[in-house]
Design a protein around this ligand. Sequence first.
Ligand SMILES: Cc1cc2nc3c(=O)[nH]c(=O)nc-3n(C[C@H](O)[C@H](O)[C@H](O)COP(=O)(O)OP(=O)(O)OC[C@H]3O[C@@H](n4cnc5c(N)ncnc54)[C@H](O)[C@@H]3O)c2cc1C
Length: 408
Amino acid sequence: MDLTYSPEHEAFRRQLRAWLRKNLGSWRRGQERLDYDDPRRIERAKQWQRVLYEAGYVAMSWPKEYGGQGADPITQAIVDEELVRAQAPGLIGQMGIQMVGPTLIQFGTEEQKRRFLPKILTAEEIWCQGYSEPNAGSDLASLQTRAELVGDEFIVNGQKIWTSNAQFADWMFCLVRTDPKAPKHQGISYLLIDMKSPGIGVRPLVQMTGERGFNEVWFENVRVPRDQLVGELNQGWQVANATLLHERNMLGAATRTQELFAALVRLAKLTSQGGKSVIENPVVRQRLAALAMRVEAVRYHALRQLTDTVLGRPRGIAASVNKLVATELNHDIAACALDLLGSYATQSSQSKFALDHGKWIREFMFTLGMIIGGGTSEIQKNIIAERSLGLPREPRHLPREPRPETGQ
Ligand SMILES: Cc1cc2nc3c(=O)[nH]c(=O)nc-3n(C[C@H](O)[C@H](O)[C@H](O)COP(=O)(O)OP(=O)(O)OC[C@H]3O[C@@H](n4cnc5c(N)ncnc54)[C@H](O)[C@@H]3O)c2cc1C
């Protein structure tokens, strides 16, 4: 692992920093929290992505023919680091840029790439993920939303749940069952569905943060053209897993953890107890030091993966490690902030008593959700145990035996 950057990369970093100093202004994070119910805010978030795109900094590593810059992975990593360092707002089109976009680059047809990728970058089209169902979460392959191929169209019926951003998304990448008779992993297909299609119903669900971030989605005889199938018919499980890897890397991004920890240190400096800044308290310092060591481990793990990507080495189960370690660490950082805030910890952003704009109680609840979304910590541990450590597979469900006394 080589920790030095080339002169070209250093020059690029300086140029990006200068651009951010000049252009970030009122877009800065904190002033721009996305309110899911307010179309004006969503429009503004799209504008920010557009500004960044026009400056050439969105998805720089994507191929040029689809709107990217064909940049190397180190340049992309510098962009990710600098945006976080400057406290730039997150991108509303993140699921498109980091999940379905890279999946289409890998599995999509040429027409699909040309049709969908550029509009992901410009935020003209926002995407949501239709994976989970009421009876298919950790055991995703149990999904039952049915898609029947009739002529040149799929007819989709069923229900998805916990679908983040569905209330304002333009498109969904969706897993459907196309062969109910096949073994469960083999009868699934990956469809791109226009959220404006007749027969789609969306109902927001309130999260414990009080936000309406995810939704229930129903499909009633929704018609989807056959050319919106990604990969082969009934082979969607492989495509779905590629998207999951991207999602786990996104949720486990080291930059997000570094940003959260930097905010915690700022809080510790600004909060005082008994006339002294709490950062001078030795117990607080020990706790911060313990967290700092974990944050550094995450950072070096990310750098090692960057090296693997540059050298074309396989990354193994790194996505699961990232997701598991970073989401749990983010939650622990938020928990530490609540302890520092003491009785002010419970005050939300609406309260006049809130400190740090009520950021931390929201982070505490939100980061708990991130431990669940994208595959829970238990599922990541199973993946790491089975695919990397070579531990025995967890017991699979055995076929149900008829009960002797009832015959049922
Ligand atoms: C904030 C948030 C956003 C989300 N956004 C989306 C989205 O946009 N699109 C989407 O499709 N889904 C989304 N989800 C859903 C998410 O993917 C599921 O919640 C997750 O996969 C877990 O499924 P489940 O909720 O059905 O829980 P279950 O699978 O019922 O799990 C319940 C508990 O049992 C444990 N468990 C289950 N199986 C095992 C096992 N084999 N070994 C050990 N423990 C096990 C789990 O770890 C968990 O603690 C989101 C979830 C959250 C919290």
